[in-house]
Structure formats: C-alpha cells, structure tokens
Unconditional design. Structure first.
Lengths: 502, 128
C-alpha cells in the first residue's frame, strides 16, 4: 500500500467540528468531489462523510426497565400492547423484540410497533403476571406506561446495517410472501434492500474507522456500535454491526414498526455512520458508487439455505427500477427507503456541521476475518445404520434345526417368516433352550407371534425405547409389505454408544 | 381517457345494463375490470373524456352508482417511499421520482390490488 499523503486524526477533526469548521458531505456527494478533485485533494478538503440507511432490520429490539411497583413483582410473563416481551432477566427488566407479534393482532402489530409507539410518546398497555415470591409477592399487574415512566429504554440491536444484501426473486409458479416482500411467480419481479453507495459499511469496507465505540446516528438519536453484528461475514462483503442507543432520544420517524404480509412484523431502523476522512484511502472508499456494489439475485422460491443465484447485479441496475432476468425485463422494488436514507445522512451531516456530534475512534475495530457458519442439523440416526441381516426360518422347521442355525450363525435371534418372507414371529436362544429342556420339538409351540418390529427410517432412539419398554433384545426390521429386511439388535446400539463415548 | 367505477346493486345485477348503455350512447367503453357476484357487481371502465358525462348519466338512469375511477389510495403520511409496491404493478401506475418519492398515477391503475399487501406500513388502502 502506498504511503498516504494526507493524514488527519480524530482529535484534529473534532477540533474543527468544535470550531464549526469541519467540512462534511454525504456519501452521495463525495462521489462527485473525488471524481472532480481526486482522492488527495478530496482527503485534504473533506473531514467527514456521512452515510445512511433506512430499512427492515428484524434483529432489533429494546431493553426496558419498568421500576418496582408496590408491592413489587418479579415479572414472569410481560405483555406490551399484547406483544410478549422476553423476561429471562431480573424482576422488572425485559427485552421487546421487533419480530414478536401481538397475541391479539398477529401479522398486524408487533414488537417493532410497540417500540415505535413508545418513541412517539404514546401510552402502551403493560400487563404482567408472576408466581409470587416472599420478596416479590405481587402476581398480577395491569397498567399503562409511556416512555417517560421507564427508567431505561435502550434500543439494542444484535444485527443491523448489512453492508449489502442479496436481491430476491421467485421461480415458483405461485406468488410467495417472504421477508424480502411479495415475490410474483415465474421471476416476474425482483426485490432488494440497502442504500447502495449510501450504505454505512460499504463506505468503509475494511472497517478502518468502524468498531466498538463508534458514535452513530441511530433511530433519530445518538447511538453506538457495540461490536460486530451477529452473522457478521466480512470476507464476503456482508458485514453487520451490533448497536445500542437511548430510545428516549429517538424519533419515531426513523424507527418504524412494519409488517411483511404472511411473514410477520419487523422494524425499520434509520442508521448512519460518520466516516472520518483520515487519509486518501478513505476518500477513495467513501466515493464508492452504486455500480461498484454487486449482489446476487437469488431464487427465494427454492426452500433451501442454498438458494440458487440467477445472476449478479449492481445497485445501480437495481435502483434503475428494472433489470434483465432470464432474457426478460422485470421491475425491481426497493424495500428500504432511499429517500429516508438520504435524510439520515443529511441529518447526521447537519449535526456534525452544527458542532452537536463528535467522532469517536473505535476502541476495537470490527473483525475482518470472522466467518458466518450455517447450522447443520445433525442427521438423526435411524434403524438403517444399525441393520444386520436376519437369520430366518419357516414354521415347518423343527426346534432342532433352529438350534443348529443359532449355533452356526452365533446369534440369539431367528426370525420366523412365511414363503413370501413375511414376518410371522421370532425365536430366541432362550426359547430354544427351554424347548429342549421340556422336550418340545414343534417350533410353532415356542414361537413368539406377537412381534414388535421396526422400519428402516425409524429413529434409533425410538427403537431403543421400544426394546426397553417391552423388555426385548431385538426388533425384526420390515418393509411396508411386512417383508423382513433385517434385524436390529440391542447389543449393536450399546456398542455404538460405547465407541462414541470419549 | 377517464376511469369510472360502476356499482351494480343486487337487484339489477342480472340486467344487461352495460350492453344497453353502449348501444344507446354508441360509446366504445373499455371494461378494465369486472367483479360480479349474486350480491352485485363492480366494474372499472375507461371512457373517452368527452363522453364521460353522457356515460355517467346513462348508467345512473339504470340505477347504477357511478364514481370516479380510483380503486386504491396511497396514504402519504404512512408512506416512507421505499418502493416495495413498485415492482408488482402490472401497468406502471406507480412511479419513482428522481428524488426517490413514490407517486401513484391513478389514471393508469386498473385496480388489480396487487400492491395492497406489499406495503409494510399499510399505506395503500382499497377505496370502497
């Protein structure tokens, strides 16, 4: 990397902000400045570039503290306007999540709407129940609160501000409803999210200035980045951030409950990060254009984690309103609002210009190496993996013949079948021993004909439970026609568990 | 061209009113949308500007309720100008202005209602 001709520090920039001399532009404006003047001159002239986005961010919610009632309550179930808040914390703390839906009006009103209503200063119904303890005797509580009644109301979003996001389409022959909106059949439309060149993380893709402690615009108030977001995936250009901010300072214009038909509720979050132009590298990066940011167009009609990609596309193409897909021109819908994203970047610019907002150097930068792993649901072991060939006999054989078979095959179980190989019963070495002791040679007299059996795809833990329950040591395995295909023996399950133990 | 919404009441739904009006007025009106059931019917028609008043009078004479053709309405206070509705419109009745504002061109709307359930903020309503 070449040495930077321009170097500025956070404190130099903050000094300029204090004096009202900082030169601040939005990421959209920066493009032209760098094109006109070049990186070096732009880096000298511009102190801060502001970014912004306003889109659906499901991984959002708020911690609320209600204070203690008299007598006090250790809330066990908390409902805010009929939306349940998570309550695995102390007596009167809770977390209300954006996607939790109202018990009375699901798919219409949810946690995001509760947060919006609180921020808008509207009264919110609080209902709580508890089991009652010696220290918290109250078992019921019903009241109305506003945000002013809360001790703390802290927006705390585990994953916000995706650097970019794949566009969605639908190859099925029917309309589908997704978190990417309504997708018409046969690839007839495309939806996308994100603000492209205005998008916060796209303007500093190496997270040179972004990390824990970065002061940001959040929901119309001041917030902070508190770490990398969940599913942060920097190597593929899908970075995310975790943020927090005081809900009491926020503005419901930039924090809105939303509904995606047949998907559920969510919240639109306004988020803007100021990028200090410390060097010409940052001038270049903040001049990123929509045509430089590509995403995949993915078929959401395929109900799999590995949805197929139809093509790659730039934000410039997506923002034009139509793209080519499979040789046809289809319309594109933006799910986030570019207009409000511009307002976010512009508001942040004004705050800095007016000396109301100062920049912070991160105490630790976001990871550039973290990898986002999928969840592999472990295949449940089935009878198939424990199947052994069954040693069979027919009812016309003698006890003596069966005894010889037991010895020859060193087994304890002989499965009795008819001419069509259908299950008729089971004989164990114990049955044969008893027959010999009692002088019985007719096989039919000793066969167990009420046999428990298993199918190939039964989970092995189910078969193990069956054997324990009925005090037996093996299950003949049969197909749908009751034909014997093998046997599963308790001993092999035991052996498996033993070798798998570390 | 102007759009009109016609409401046929239950008692007149079986009458050949539209054909009668066309023959009577000699206006080649275009039926963009027709929902008919035993309980009544709603038509969305398109007529040349100069014939609009005549058509209205002719239908009203047959006890049909005639309203200006607006099947949906965008509530601007609820709209955040995202554009979720934009791509499902089959007739380009939704427009994105250069400053990224969403505008409805009601004159193009055929009342298919595809856009209604795309809006995350319930900003598009059906005009009854």
């Amino acid at each position: 990397m070449k040495n930077s001709m321009v170097t500025k520090t956070y404190s130099e920039i903050n000094e300029k902000i204090k004096r009202g001399e900082a030169v601040v532009v939005t990421a959209e404006e920066m493009i032209e400045i760098v094109q006109e003047k070049g990186e070096e001159a732009a880096a000298k002239e511009i102190d801060v570039v502001t970014t912004g986005t306003f889109g659906a961010m499901c991984s959002s919610g708020a911690f609320l503290n209600f204070g203690h009632s008299d007598p006090p309550i250790k809330m066990e179930k908390v409902l805010l306007n009929d939306v349940e808040a998570y309550h695995g914390t102390a007596a009167v703390d809770c977390y209300i999540g954006a996607t939790k839906m109202s018990e009375k009006k699901p798919f219409e009103y949810g946690g995001g709407h509760v947060i919006e209503d609180l921020v808008a200063g509207k009264p919110v119904e609080l209902r709580a129940t508890a089991y009652g303890t010696d220290c918290y005797p109250r078992e019921n509580l019903e009241t109305v609160i506003t945000i002013n009644d809360l001790n703390q109301a802290i927006l705390c979003n585990p994953r916000n501000g995706y650097q970019r996001y794949n566009a969605a389409t639908n190859g099925r022959h029917e309309t589908i409803y997704t978190y990417m909106g309504k997708l018409l059949p046969n690839y007839r439309n495309v939806t996308y999210s994100g603000a492209g060149c205005l998008s916060p993380l796209s303007n500093d893709p190496d997270y040179e200035t972004i990390g824990i402690g970065t002061r940001i615009f959040l929901g119309g108030g001041i917030g902070y980045i508190i770490g990398e977001g969940t599913q942060h995936n920097p190597k593929t250009g899908f970075g995310t951030i975790m943020v927090k901010g005081d809900l009491k300072q926020m503005n419901s214009k930039f924090l809105k409950g939303a509904v995606f038909t047949k998907y559920g509720t969510t919240m639109y979050v306004g988020l803007g990060i100021p990028i200090p132009i410390l060097n010409e590298g940052l001038a270049r990066k903040t001049a990123i254009m929509d045509k430089d940011i590509t995403v995949n167009v993915v078929d959401y009609g395929v109900p799999s984690r590995n949805r197929p990609t139809l093509r790659t596309v730039t934000y410039e193409e997506l923002k034009s309103g139509r793209i080519e897909l499979n040789g046809k021109t289809v319309n594109t819908s933006c799910l986030s609002s570019l207009k409000v994203a511009r307002e976010v970047a512009d508001t942040l610019r004004k705050w800095i210009q007016n000396g109301e907002f100062f920049l912070t150097a991160p105490v630790e930068n976001l990871s550039t190496t973290q990898v986002f792993k999928p969840l592999d649901v472990r295949a449940k072991a089935t009878v198939r993996s424990y199947l052994k060939p069954a040693i069979t006999c027919t009812l016309d054989e003698s006890v003596h013949d069966v005894a010889k078979k037991l010895i020859a095959n060193s087994t304890n179980h002989i499965v009795v079948v008819d001419e069509a190989n259908k299950l008729k019963g089971i004989v164990t070495s114990w049955d044969v021993t008893r027959a010999v002791a009692q002088g019985i040679d007719n096989l039919a007299d000793i066969v167990t004909t009420r046999v428990y059996s298993a199918s190939l795809d039964d989970p092995i833990d189910y078969s193990a439970r069956e054997m324990t329950k009925h005090n037996i040591s093996a299950l003949p395995v049969i197909d749908s026609q009751k034909k014997v295909i093998g046997i599963v023996i308790a001993e092999s399950i035991l052996r498996h568990f033993d070798t798998n133990r570390t | 061209m102007k759009k009109l919404v016609l409401h046929f009441g239950e008692e007149i739904v079986n009458n050949a009113i539209t054909a009668k009006v066309i023959l009577e007025t000699q206006v080649p009106l275009n039926i963009l949308r027709a929902d008919v059931s035993e309980g009544g019917g709603v038509f969305l028609i398109e007529v040349p500007d100069e014939d609009c008043a005549r058509i209205k009078t002719a239908f009203e004479a047959e006890s049909v309720k005639v309203e200006p053709g607006k099947m949906i309405e965008k509530i601007d206070e609820k709209c955040i100008d995202c554009g979720a509705c934009y791509s499902v419109c089959p007739v380009n009745a939704i427009e994105i202005t250069p400053d990224s504002t969403i505008q409805f061109k009601y004159e193009n709307c055929i009342g298919c209602l595809y856009c209604i359930d795309t809006c995350p903020f319930g900003a598009i309503t059906i005009q009854e």
